[in-house]
Design a protein around this ligand. Structure first.
Ligand code: NCD
Length: 329
């Protein structure tokens, strides 16, 4: 259960962002609108380090990255977001920390917190770890991905990217859009956060993959499940292609058969609506779930993968401001 919207702890004001499942739609829209405004202000700046309309609302605050699982883009994105708002950022990773000596997550959280940090960004291989950290911490906890549970800022940045691509930035109403999530849905925390946000905003969501990676049980989340991609492609406005998560026990009997059935490639782009867009949360297994030309396509169905990355910074700035109860200039 998401703790979004609830008070983070007795000692400090602020809130956790653990997941988008069950999030209040007004709050979801507020976070998206804030990210949209931050993006507009940032893109409109003229060389200044801080953009007009943003300022340094987190000056004097310290944010800690607690990454117990590998990450490139999410850690860097949170760091840039925090720094653009004026905060200091410290990094802890599991390798080289007391975690490798057997310290519990709760003890690590309390130890870092006792040093005077104002918020914790937590990534962990176990589903539920972010909620556990949020219970242990008095300061706000932002989930940067916990196992195959949720990745709420990725869900927000994907939603902002969909809304931008399809002209839904006023009000973020996604009704009438059909959004496909293709590939290893079962192991994907990104898929869970996307599904929560997209269904809450009125989109129709279809998950597509082999029965082992897109099982019918996903229907309980309010989505349609299909096992055949080519019949779906022409109907959808977005394809979000997912990485096959081999580190989370996904297995393929044949990579060649998987690619033949589910790879997003130039041939499949031709079957999509011209207005459709292709997304991928990264990192991409080029040549498996997606080809380079599909990822980078600029005419016809467009590849928006770097736009997702850019929007990630704006979304994380909005999330940090909300979690820390801070206002822009
Ligand atoms: C995703 C993640 O780590 O959950 N990547 C990301 O945050 N950009 C998706 C993935 O690892 O496949």
């Amino acid at each position: 259960m998401s703790r979004a919207g609830q008070s983070g702890g007795a000692a400090t004001s602020g809130r956790d962002l653990v997941g988008l499942g069950g999030i209040d739609v007004a709050l979801l829209k507020r976070l998206l609108a804030s990210a949209k405004d931050i993006g507009a202000a940032w893109r409109g700046r003229s060389g200044a380090r801080s953009a007009p309309g943003i300022g340094s609302p987190l000056a004097g605050r310290t944010i800690a990255n607690l990454f117990f699982e590998n990450s490139t883009r999410t850690r860097v994105s949170f760091t840039i977001a925090a720094q653009r708002l004026g905060a200091h950022v410290v990094d802890l990773s599991a390798a080289g920390s007391s975690v490798s000596k057997g310290e519990t997550l709760s003890d690590t959280v309390r130890t870092i917190e006792a040093m005077g940090v104002d918020a914790l960004i937590v990534r962990h291989a176990s589903s539920g770890a972010a909620a556990l950290a949020a219970r242990a911490a008095a300061v706000p906890v932002l989930n940067a991905g916990d196992g195959s549970h949720e990745h709420p800022t990725q869900g927000l940045l994907d939603t902002l990217t969909v809304a931008e691509a399809h002209g839904r930035l006023d009000g973020f109403d996604l009704s009438g859009l059909r959004l496909a999530i293709v590939g290893d849905v079962l192991h994907s925390r990104v898929a869970r956060s996307d599904i929560a946000a997209w269904t809450a905003l009125g989109a129709s969501v279809v998950c597509v993959g082999p029965p082992t990676l897109a099982p019918r049980t996903l229907e309980a989340m309010g989505v349609e499940v299909r096992h055949e991609l080519d019949g779906v492609l022409g109907e959808v406005d977005v394809v979000q292609s997912l990485r096959v998560q081999f580190e989370r026990a996904a297995s393929l009997s044949s990579a060649r058969d998987y690619a033949a059935a589910y790879q997003i490639n130039a041939e499949r782009l031709k079957r999509m609506k011209p207005s459709a867009v292709v997304m991928h949360p990264g990192p991409m297994n080029r040549g498996l779930e997606i080809t380079g030309d599909a990822a980078e396509a600029t005419d016809g169905p467009r590849g928006l993968i770097l736009r997702q990355v850019e929007n990630g910074v704006y979304v994380r700035m909005a999330a940090l401001l909300w979690c820390l109860d801070a206002e822009r200039a």
